[in-house]
Ligand binder design. Structure first.
Ligand code: NAD
Ligand code: 2YJ
Ligand code: MG
Length: 259
């Protein structure tokens, strides 16, 4: 399980603003607009309690502060508890939180205490990055390549199949690839074949997972995967429309899904 680092979260407001403007250029909607159409929900003065968690590898510097900045960016009323863990959870509920946000090394959840809905960061992230990819305004093609079919990529692939896309999938783990092919009917993709795509969704923890032979001019690469799936050189060479941000887009998806 790849953990976020304080460095990934540096200047989260700026990263979110930049991601928002690319999402707008690619889809015609901003991140809020994507969330509203995806889940059919809108915020209604919900108060969000962010609880730092010390379990496992412990507090990630900037994590709770970044969630605070992200929730404020999306217009939510939010606060970080002074206490951590169980005491922090108690503090959040006693201070009137409607929604709890908290993460250990394995699970990052949003739990709406008012309606009982709960969201997990990994599928929520896969679904929203897949949704952004599916809204590529610059193409009529129904072909989408999904690279990485794990906890984030698989739910994203499911979403694209449900939306009627012709989904090509690739994962270095052949068992995972077989599972996705048999359960979703996606097309197993040979990463060495020279087919160029206008839309790619990538969710792996590795760098340089997309070879040049798959890129087309102005293609959309929607990727929550850290580090980046392509080099800066390839991004510039193909004018790749890169949607990549470390925490905010996935968090927005979680929050709107529990409203
Ligand atoms: P995971 O381990 O469940 O899945 C990753 C998959 O990628 C695995 O199935 C693995 O076999 C595959 N893979 C590795 N190298 C590959 C390669 N070169 N080509 C094709 N497939 C390859 O991990 P996950 O939970 O799905 O997370 C994926 C990435 O998304 C991680 O980097 C994680 O940190 C990141 N993430 C980002 C956000 C965000 O908001 N930006 C949120 C959640 C997760
Ligand atoms: O409260 C804290 O500061 C820490 N306990 C946060 C831990 C954050 N967890 C992760 O980054 C894990 N990868 C699990 C979340 C999956 C989303 N990337
Ligand atoms: Mg994100």
């Amino acid at each position: 399980m790849a953990l976020l680092t304080p460095d990934d979260l540096r200047d989260i407001n700026k990263q979110l603003q930049e991601a928002d403007s690319i999402v707008r250029r690619v889809t015609g909607l901003d991140i809020k607009g994507i969330c509203k159409t995806l889940y059919g929900t809108s915020p209604n003065s919900e108060k969000i309690g962010i609880v730092p968690v010390t379990a496992g590898n412990g507090i990630i510097k900037n994590f709770s502060a970044s969630l605070h900045a992200i929730t404020q960016y999306f217009g939510f009323d939010s606060f970080v508890t002074d206490m951590s863990d169980v005491s922090g959870y108690y503090e959040a509920v006693r201070s009137g939180a409607d929604i709890i946000l908290m993460a250990d090394d394995h699970t990052f959840l949003a739990h709406n205490l008012k309606n009982g809905k709960i969201a997990n960061n990994q599928p929520s992230t896969g679904i929203i990055y897949a949704e952004i990819a599916s809204r590529n305004q610059k193409t009529d093609s129904k072909d989408v390549l999904v690279v990485g079919l794990g906890k984030v990529g698989f739910p994203g692939a499911v979403h694209l199949v449900h939306k009627g896309f012709r989904v090509y999938g690739y994962d270095t783990d052949k068992t995972l690839l077989k599972r996705a092919v048999s359960s979703l009917g996606i097309i197993p993709f040979d990463i060495e074949s020279p087919k160029r795509f206008s839309t790619i969704f990538e969710a792996t923890p590795c760098a340089n997972t997309i070879p040049e032979t798959l890129l087309s001019e102005n293609c959309v690469l929607s990727t929550p995967g850290i580090p980046c799936a392509i080099s800066e050189e390839l991004r510039l060479k193909y004018n790749v429309q890169l949607v990549m941000e470390p925490l905010g887009i996935g968090t927005a998806s979680m929050l709107y899904s529990v409203l």
